[in-house]
Design a protein around this ligand. Structure first.
Ligand code: ZN
Length: 265
């Protein structure tokens, strides 16, 4: 493991204030004419939403990508940015899709390089319990109104030496995650331990979850697929980013295949 490379990547976007710069991170997205951006704001918090519409998407499959709800996991934010740029370069990857990406769900934590927000809250334990945290309320509103058919969340785990993921929601979810992890394994190993992060795991997949994590609202119809991808946080950031991008690309391809198969039944 090359910690020097890792250090250098992690400190990228560090402004002179010692805080990580969100505007530097997002700059390439704002420069790209194919990617729309919108600011969601509440209570002094600003969240950026970027959207990309692929070809043949008059009735699009709406997918959401959430990253850096833990501010000290920058690989996910970088991967969301890179993935959007790849879609803009190669739109066919997003054929039939409307992608909404939220690269920095915890802006103050991202700036400070802390898991929690500046208010000291782990935002990823606050969902659907009447939280007063503005980041959570903004994201809950998106989840309530955007009718996503799939959620992909990007995380990193400093106690894991390999990739793994959580599945919930639609029963097909594990059939999306499994090939995604296999493809991503070309970059970083999977974590094949029978227990990960305190949960039982099988083939790097966990079927359980923490209370209060970012998730689709209850009783959605149809039930969306929900995938949480975890990279080994101590691996070089570039490798984590590459693995996440490959995994997301695979999920889109597999889900499109599934949808077209279902439509042809
Ligand atoms: Zn995390």
């Amino acid at each position: 493991m090359n910690s020097e490379v890792n250090q250098e990547s992690a400190s990228r976007f560090m402004a002179e204030s010692g805080r990580r710069s969100i505007s530097d991170l997002l700059h390439p997205l704002h420069q790209n004419g194919g990617i729309n951006s919108q600011i969601l704001s509440q209570g002094g918090i600003e969240l950026f939403r970027f959207s990309f519409r692929g070809p043949n998407s008059s009735d699009p499959i709406r997918i959401a990508i959430f990253a850096a709800i833990h501010g000290d996991e920058p690989a996910g934010a970088l991967a969301a940015v890179q993935f959007l740029l790849e879609l803009a370069t190669e739109p066919s990857l997003a054929e039939n899709y409307l992608i909404h990406a939220y690269p920095v769900c915890n802006p103050t934590g991202f700036e400070d390089n802390t898991r929690c927000s500046r208010r000291g809250i782990d935002l990823n334990r606050e969902f659907w319990k009447g939280s007063s945290e503005p980041e959570v309320q903004l994201i809950e509103r998106e989840l309530d109104t955007q009718h996503f058919l799939g959620l992909i969340q990007l995380h990193a785990d400093d106690t894991s030496e390999g990739l793994y993921g959580f599945v919930r929601g639609a029963t097909l979810t594990e059939h999306l995650l499994r090939p995604a992890l296999l493809e991503a394994e070309k970059i970083l190993p999977r974590n094949l331990n029978p227990s990960i992060d305190g949960f039982a795991a099988r083939d790097a997949i966990i079927y359980d979850h923490y209370e209060g994590v970012l998730a689709a609202p209850a009783r959605m119809d149809p039930v969306p697929f929900e995938i949480i991808l975890e990279t080994p946080q101590l691996a070089p950031v570039e490798s984590q980013v590459e693995a996440l991008v490959i995994a997301m690309r695979t999920v889109l391809a597999e889900y499109r295949r599934f949808i077209s198969f279902a439509q042809n039944l």
